[in-house]
Ligand binder design. Structure first.
Ligand code: MN3
Length: 199
């Protein structure tokens, strides 16, 4: 059973002005579609065909790099589209706020550390908010790696991630990754982050 590229849960222009419609369309319809198709092609006829993506990622060190790159790309973008939404809460609330305060001291401290992880990732990759037991930590990974992978430096369940590949921001922000990351906070879907933390 092949992996399927899900539709975006909102319109391409829904995250304007923070993330522009053209970037969203190319990012989903071209980049995410390519990761999905390449993953399916690489898995075809192997023992891992039909395995849940989380299982494949948990044993990624045993896989060829084509599955590491495209399996990560498939999973990471599924998460990325869902942890964004137009018009949501601007900050974590309720139980998630308590965990963020306990883990980082405050939302502001969290934001500074997450931004730093996003801006200091050299080249292409992701910054993550990662569930470890009842607590949260911040990490970043290169390329399409993620914290579910057995070879990740910081392992856990990703509950929030920001894509810092240039394809995620270059049309609107060019070289200004800091402006893109700052804008990203306006479209975080904290309800979905909470759901993933509790899941
Ligand atoms: Mn991307």
């Amino acid at each position: 059973m092949a992996f399927v590229l899900k539709q975006l849960p909102y319109a391409f222009n829904a995250l304007e002005p923070y993330i522009d419609a053209q970037t969203m369309e190319i990012h989903h319809d071209k980049h995410h579609a390519a990761y999905t198709n390449n993953l399916n092609a690489a898995l075809q006829g192997t023992a891992s065909e039909g395995q849940p993506i989380e299982e494949i990622l948990a044993n990624i060190s045993a896989q060829p790099v084509v599955i590491r790159n495209n399996g990560g790309g498939f999973y990471n973008h599924n998460l990325f589209w869902e942890i964004m939404a137009p018009g949501g809460a601007k900050q974590p609330e309720g139980d998630l706020k308590k965990v963020i305060d306990a883990s980082f001291g405050s939302y502001q401290n969290f934001k500074e550390a997450f931004t730093k992880a996003a801006l200091t990732r050299f080249g292409s990759g992701w910054a993550w908010l990662v569930k470890q037991g009842d607590s949260l930590v911040i990490s970043s990974t290169p390329n399409q790696d993620n914290p579910l992978m057995d070879l990740a430096e910081v392992k856990g369940v990703p509950v929030l991630g920001v894509d810092v590949w240039e394809h995620a921001y270059y049309l609107k922000y060019q070289n200004r990754r800091p402006d893109y990351v700052e804008a990203f906070y306006n479209v975080v879907n904290w309800d979905e982050v909470t759901r993933r933390f509790k899941g």
